[in-house]
Design a protein. Structure first.
Length: 272
C-alpha cells in the first residue's frame, strides 16, 4: 500500500501506478477561548474530518446512514455536473459508478449532512490558465447556488480536484468561499476564524482502511490537532475505497473518546 495524490494517480492511470506524496502545509490560527481553556486545563482536543469526494450515489447513501447511527454529520463533496448525461468522467474510478443528483444532495443536507462543492467538472485547475480556472470555480458555485437549497458560497468549503491548487488560486479562492481544501499535511491546526486553507491526504488506489487507522492513531498521540482525510467511495466504489464496516467501527471508536470530535469541515470552521 502506498500514499498518493490523486492528481499523480490519474496521470499514471494507464500504467496503474501512482506516486508522489503531498507536501506538508500548515496554516496559522488564532486560538478560540474554548481552545485556550482546554490548553489551560491540560485537556487534549482532536477533530476528525473524513471528507468524502465525488458524490457516488450508493456510497453517499451508505455514508449518511452510518454517520446517522452515531448522531454525526457526514462530509460529502460533490461535482456540480457529475449527474448530468453529458458529464465526461476523467478516469475509470468516476466512470464505473453512478453519481448522485441534487435531489439526493438536498435530501441529505436536510438530514443534517454537509454537502460541499468539489469543482464544476472535476478538472485539474492547475493545468489551465488562471482565468479559466477562476471561471470554472465561479460556474461551480453558481450551479450550487441554483440547485442546493440554502447554499451560500461565503459559507462553503471548496474542495479542489486532485487536491491540486496554485499560489494564485489559494490567494483568490478566499474571496469567493469561506475556505478551500487542497493537498498537504493530514494534520491541521485546530479551527480558527482566520483559517482558509485546509490540507489533507488521500490513499489509493487500493483500500485505505489500514492507512487511515494509522493516521488516526498518530493524531491521538498528539495533544491536539485536526485530521482531514480525503476519502472517496465505500467498499467497491471510487479511488482508494474505505470498507463500510471499517467506517462504522471507526466512528464507534471515535465517539467513545472524550477528546475527539467528528465533524465535517464547514461545521468545524463554524465552531462545531
Amino acid at each position: 500500500m502506498c500514499e498518493f495524490g490523486r492528481r499523480d494517480f490519474i496521470k499514471a492511470a494507464g500504467a496503474g501506478v501512482a506516486a508522489a506524496a503531498l507536501a506538508p502545509a500548515l496554516v496559522s490560527c488564532k486560538m478560540s477561548d474554548e481552545l485556550k481553556m482546554h490548553k489551560a486545563e491540560g485537556k487534549k482536543r482532536h477533530i476528525v474530518t473524513l471528507s468524502f469526494d465525488d458524490g457516488f450515489k450508493k456510497s453517499s447513501i451508505k455514508q449518511a446512514k452510518i454517520y446517522e447511527k452515531y448522531g454525526l454529520s457526514a462530509c460529502i463533496n460533490v461535482i456540480a455536473t457529475a449527474h448530468l448525461p453529458d458529464f465526461k468522467p476523467p478516469g475509470e474510478y468516476l466512470a464505473s459508478s453512478p453519481r448522485g443528483d441534487f435531489a439526493l444532495w438536498n435530501e441529505l443536507k436536510a438530514r443534517g449532512h454537509e454537502i460541499m462543492p468539489h469543482t464544476y467538472k472535476h478538472a485539474n485547475l492547475t493545468e489551465m490558465p488562471f482565468d479559466e480556472a477562476k471561471q470554472l470555480v465561479v460556474r461551480c458555485l453558481d450551479y450550487f447556488s441554483g440547485h442546493l437549497e440554502g447554499f451560500e458560497p461565503k459559507e462553503a468549503v471548496f474542495n479542489c480536484a486532485y487536491n491540486a491548487s496554485t499560489p494564485e488560486l489559494e490567494k483568490w479562492l478566499p474571496t469567493k468561499v469561506k475556505a478551500f481544501r487542497t493537498g498537504g499535511d493530514i494534520i491541521n491546526p485546530l479551527p480558527s476564524k482566520s483559517q482558509v486553507k485546509l490540507t489533507c491526504r488521500s490513499f489509493g488506489p487500493e483500500n485505505c482502511d489500514q492507512y487511515l487507522e494509522g493516521q488516526i492513531d498518530n493524531l491521538l498521540s498528539l495533544d491536539e490537532g485536526w485530521l482531514i482525510f480525503n476519502g472517496h467511495g465505500l467498499d467497491d466504489e471510487g479511488w482508494g475505497p474505505m470498507s463500510s464496516g471499517f467506517l462504522e467501527k471507526l466512528l464507534e471508536r471515535l465517539v467513545a473518546i472524550g477528546s475527539v470530535e467528528v465533524l465535517p469541515a464547514g461545521k468545524a470552521l463554524s465552531g462545531g
